[in-house]
Unconditional design. Sequence first.
Length: 275
Amino acid sequence: MEVQRIAAFSNGSIGGNPAGVVLCEALPAAEHMQAIAAEVGFSETAFAACAGSDWRVRYFAPEIEVPFCGHATIALGAALALAHGDGTFALQLNEARITVEGRQTGPTLAAALQSPATRSAPADRRLVDDTLALFSYTADDLDPRLPPGLAEAGARHLILALTSREKLSTMHYDLEAGRILMTAAGIVTISFIHAETDNLFYARNPFAAGGVYEDPATGAAAAALAGYLRDIAWPHGGAINIIQGEDMGVPSRLRAEITSEPGASIRVSGAARIM
């Protein structure tokens, strides 16, 4: 079974989050997909099989299946554009139906997904305190303009905004302790962010629940963050740009477009490159 390796949300010819993509006639058994994802070793591998006018898609991290993965969807959009030409492709996930647009301009690949519906709520104080302790932060390190939140756009993320770019750069934690905390809380990643301006954010996303210390680009978290910003009436101006992966030496760029309708899908876009 061929696994394509595509870096999503790349910064030109560098960076981006590697994803595996498998296009197949029928999805293998779950345990087979899980084994392939573990062997590939990327934070996620997307498996897609044509089902009428849709593509049936499942996402596997090295240790778990996840309901939605943004960067693997962007990689899938690029792979579908290479295989079938530019277009918009309907995707049937485990719990949602979304679309991804893929296109190729010369050697350049790009894709844009429409996320599942969004929702957010204030984060539980105990979860916030436990997370701050795990990462050696304190309550004083949090930006009061962006209160801790649980946000979803196909998968659940804890959003914690830090007061400075410097604080973000010092992020560190114990992977196993992070896995226990995140699994117990039912969150896929912790989204640490810093608001450089109203529509430019730096981000880091630990993904211990999936056995990954940190993602260099996280499309699902970008969609969840965008929905959260809409819910708290942040002056985003209709779109945000996210810089991620720089502290890992893997520069990545994400863009999320935000409509005014509460809970509506978020368009997340970026470049992609074949690895």
